[in-house]
Write a protein that binds this ligand. Structure first.
Ligand code: UFG
Length: 324
């Protein structure tokens, strides 16, 4: 298939491009390079375009025979979304609508959409399955949930086939070292820890130690970026057989607290990582752990990286010698 990867110069998008190419698909990358990296586009042509400038989308679609779209273009930081909600609704909602309209103009009827565990808000369940109520507590989660709802409407109205994949905490890097996680500024836990271990980042802060969890710090479900990419490939196959709009949770099903991740990162790096407790970060839920049974059954997806230390190990290789 020829797959247009929107946001293919970004962290998860670049890993997706590699997985698609390895599976024998043709890749076209659409990216505005606002947070993505030109050096990360190694598997397919780059079309510089912007979802907020619909006229630029034409270059990506016209005459290319795109069979399916994967949509990774988004702002994705919970804290930033609380500070600047307009930017989130504009990029994630308006931008997605512009993409959907371009797909419709060009007769492209298959979409894999990057959704998020943030659609669940502050869930009470120990493990969250797809039937858990969606009550996002920050603009980021709300912006993603809105598009999931648009996709259900688009399935009914236009016959659009879609799979929304709700990622829990994406982490790790391709072990071959050519692509990895490189955000500026970096806000995510694992890269911040590894940069602190290398003496590069600012002093490491633990955002809140007074949550109702086993050690007072937030619990998250870390899932390797290669396992996420594999689920997307399976979603393409799923759409070949099924119409409609589908959602799947993607996580390991095991939660690690911030303190547990710090200990694992210290083990991998072979050194202590200095850190101090700071106030809670606005918009952070206490616990987010996936029940991914539906993806395991319907997509026949099995995450290969189940130990958080193994995930951190691949990120550590990248951070010691990042290519960009
Ligand atoms: N944390 C720290 N110190 C840091 C960075 C993070 O204590 O320097 C804590 C956070 O407060 C949180 C946990 O580590 O409790 C994980 O934080 P991340 O920033 O790594 O990830 P988030 O859970 O905030 O968000 C990520 C993605 C979102 C996605 C979410 C789904 O950025 O897009 O996972 O679980 F919605």
């Amino acid at each position: 298939m020829r797959v247009l990867v929107c946001g293919g110069a970004g962290y998860i998008g670049a890993h997706m491009c590699k997985a698609l190419a390895e599976a024998g698909h043709e890749v076209v990358v659409l990216d505005n390079l606002s947070t993505g990296h030109r050096q990360a586009v190694l598997w397919g042509e780059l079309v510089e375009a912007d979802l907020l400038r619909p006229e630029t989308l034409e270059q990506a679609f016209a005459g290319r025979g795109v069979d399916a779209v994967m949509h990774f273009c988004a702002r994705s930081l919970v804290g930033e979304s609380v500070q600047d909600p307009y930017a989130y609704y504009e990029n994630n909602v308006t931008g997605s609508l512009n993409l959907l309209r371009a797909m419709r103009r060009h007769g492209v009827e298959r979409l894999v959409f990057s959704s998020t565990a943030a659609v669940f808000g502050n869930p009470q369940a120990e493990r969250i399955d797809e039937s858990h109520p969606t009550q996002p507590i920050n603009p980021y989660g709300r912006s993603k949930l809105m598009i999931e709802q648009v996709l259900a409407d688009a399935a009914a109205a236009y016959g659009l086939r879609s799979v929304s994949l709700r990622y829990f905490n994406a982490a790790g890097a391709d072990p071959d070292g050519r692509i990895g996680e490189a955000h500026t500024p970096e806000t995510h836990l694992i890269p911040n820890l590894l940069r602190a271990a290398l003496g590069q980042g600012p002093a490491m802060k633990v955002f809140g130690a007074d949550y109702p969890t086993r050690d007072g710090t937030c619990i998250r479900d870390y899932i390797h970026v290669l396992d996420l990419a594999d689920a997307h490939l399976r979603a393409l196959g799923h759409m070949a057989a099924h119409g409609g709009a589908h959602v799947f949770n993607l996580g390991n099903g095991q939660g690690f607290s911030v303190r547990e991740v710090i200990r694992a990162a210290e083990e991998v790096a072979g050194r202590a990582i200095a850190h101090e407790v700071a106030p809670r970060r606005p918009g952070d839920p206490a616990v987010l752990v996936a029940d991914s049974v539906r993806a395991r059954q319907e997509l026949e997806w099995t995450p290969r990286y189940t130990r958080v230390a193994d995930i951190i190990e691949t990120a550590w290789r990248w951070h010691q010698a990042p290519a960009y």
